[in-house]
Design a protein around this ligand. Structure first.
Ligand code: ADP
Ligand code: 5GP
Length: 207
């Protein structure tokens, strides 16, 4: 079973940027590409950022039980297909998902071992700047995202880790630190430990 990392944040906090950089430096991690009914944004790559599908296609996937979790966010549907977990398992890679708080709660119910990380911007003003600088959303969309952020930040308590994304390089280091530390947790290293202990038993000539 792959280690599953869930990352959530108010829109514009920088989580896609962080996850993209993390994937580039961690060969044992793969990104869960979601399906969505939202329109592609400037810079989105089909099949990489998302699989862009119609509402009818989404409803069909959902109603056939092919989604691990799904949610309606800012008037669009987003979901994680069951396939991404199967593929990560086959490839023996850990999986990182960028999903909203509703999806994170659903997934944590199904996969209680999943590690959750919440990204906060340093302030509301900085979030507004980042949304403006991203310049790929209309004014109305941007306003809605900023308004909803006030409620979203209150969900931080449900997450295992909080990452305040101020300086990007520092945040990336912290995120990488979380991933590495979680891989070292004793119960996850059990099969490796057994092999090492066995090598001591086998090599002990006093026994
Ligand atoms: P999200 O995925 O959380 O919606 P993005 O990754 O798209 O956010 O980031 C929103 C904008 O903020 C982008 O233009 C990105 O380049 C910028 N950004 C991300 N992290 C930082 C940071 N630490 N400092 C300044 N700008 C950042
Ligand atoms: P955006 O439109 O900015 O790419 O994403 C909007 C929100 O949808 C973000 O909070 C993002 O984490 C969330 N999101 C993206 N994919 C999924 C998904 O598969 N499931 C859920 N529940 N949320 C998602």
């Amino acid at each position: 079973m792959p280690l599953v990392f869930i990352i959530s944040a108010p829109s514009g906090s920088g989580k896609s940027t962080l996850v993209k950089r993390l994937i580039e430096i961690d060969d044992n991690l793969t990104f869960s590409t979601s399906v969505t009914t939202r329109e592609p944004r400037k810079g989105d790559v089909e099949g990489e950022s998302y699989e862009f599908i119609t509402k009818e296609e989404f409803v069909q996937l959902r109603d056939c039980g092919k989604l691990l979790e799904w949610a309606e966010v800012f008037g669009n549907y987003y979901g994680t297909s069951q396939e991404v977990l199967v593929r990560a398992e086959q490839q023996q890679l850990d999986l990182i998902l960028d999903i909203d708080v509703q999806g994170a709660a659903q997934l944590k119910e199904r996969l209680p071992e999943a590690v959750t990380i919440f990204v906060l911007p340093p302030s509301r003003d900085e979030l507004a700047n980042r949304l403006r600088n991203r310049s790929s959303d209309s004014d109305a969309v941007r306003e809605r995202r900023l308004k909803d952020a006030g409620q979203e930040v209150l969900n931080y308590e449900q997450y295992d880790y909080i990452l305040i994304n101020d300086q990007l390089d520092e945040s990336l280091e912290q995120l990488r630190g979380i991933i590495l530390a979680e891989r070292c947790r004793q119960h996850r290293a059990r099969s490796d430990i057994k092999t090492i202990l066995k090598s001591f038993r086998d090599g002990d000539d006093t026994k």
